[in-house]
Design a protein around this ligand. Structure first.
Ligand code: ASP
Length: 316
């Protein structure tokens, strides 16, 4: 694996091998007082974030540190980006400074691919350039989120293949939904998108999933339901009448939680807007795996760095 830009780069075997490595890393750290493996000593990992983030950025930083890499955070605010420097120049600077891996979040769809193309041609020592990880590019993709969601589903349900997973909410603006639909299909799950017609993207009919507008009708048949935040920051104009109306139609409340099968798990990539797409009592219920997703995110991102920078899938 040279970069991780899209889940479409992952076949079932590669995705499963990343999930297995994450599991082994989790086991290797279990019960240890000091969370530190020497695997990436001497490697430099840079997070380059042009958009806000809590979970993704922190977990990549922890992942790098737990593997003994030197991790450095660069954000658009507080760097030369705010002085007008282009992404290309910023990236070339990071490569010249010795980055082995650049983890990028950017509001433009396709930014991670552009970065990988530039760095592959021009950056880095030996002409090969740093590895690039897409940590969310506009409304396009968020591959490590989909992988950590799959890890959580495996933990809770025992398997992903053959399971029916509902993804509910603002599909149009969600890179989490795009990456999940593709990865879950690759891993053999059946995906149901549930959203109002205004929050479904053009072309969704070609995605490997089925679409519904009726949450109540879908819930009894799901093994897991993934609730999405309405991405107000990416919206211009009205996509639904009001937050209250949205919650009535598509929010996961206690009544709806009771409609899910008993084994079914509730996922949310965060940040949650309590009272809108998820009721506080649901977010805090043992059925919700939100903090497990965060914990799995660290191990999964360790696995990604390991596969990109250490090469071999053996964990000692
Ligand atoms: N944290 C996720 C993302 O960056 C989901 C969200 O922001 O709602 O796409």
């Amino acid at each position: 694996m040279r970069h991780l830009l899209s889940v479409s780069d992952l076949d079932a075997a590669t995705a499963t091998s990343l999930l297995d490595t994450a599991d082994r890393l989790k086991q290797a750290l279990l019960g240890r007082e000091v969370h530190k493996l020497p695997t990436l000593r001497g490697r430099t990992v840079i997070t380059l974030f042009y958009e806000d983030s809590t979970r993704t950025r922190v977990s990549f930083e922890i992942a790098g540190k737990w593997m003994s890499a030197d991790t450095i955070n660069v954000s658009a605010k507080g760097s030369s980006v705010s002085k007008g420097e282009s992404l290309k120049d910023t990236a070339a600077t990071l490569a010249a400074a010795g980055a082995d891996c650049v983890i990028i979040r950017h509001p433009a769809s396709g930014a991670a691919h552009r970065l990988a193309a530039w760095l592959g041609r021009e950056g880095g020592s030996g002409g090969s350039g740093p590895a690039v990880v897409n940590a969310g590019d506009g409304t396009h993709e968020h591959p490590t989120q989909a992988l950590l969601d799959a890890a959580t589903l495996r933990d809770r349900l025992g398997s992903v293949a053959g399971r029916r997973i509902g993804i509910v909410g603002d599909i149009t603006h969600s890179r989490v939904a795009r990456s999940n639909v593709m990865l879950l299909a690759t891993l053999g799950a059946e995906v149901r998108l549930v959203a109002p017609p205004t929050l479904l993207p053009v072309g969704v009919g070609d995605w490997p999933c089925r679409v519904s507008h009726d949450l109540d009708a879908e819930l009894p048949g799901l093994d897991a339901v993934m609730m999405l935040r309405v991405q107000a920051e990416r919206m211009r104009g009205g996509f639904f009448p009001s937050a209250r109306e949205y919650a009535i139609g598509y929010g996961l409340n206690e009544r709806r939680l009771a409609m899910l099968p008993e084994h079914a798990v509730v996922l949310h990539p965060g940040p949650m807007v309590r009272g809108m797409e998820i009721a506080p009592a649901v977010a805090d219920s043992p059925r919700a795996a939100v903090l497990e997703q965060v914990r799995n995110g660290v191990h999964l991102r360790m696995a990604v760095l390991y596969h990109l920078l250490a090469g071999a899938p053996e964990v000692r």
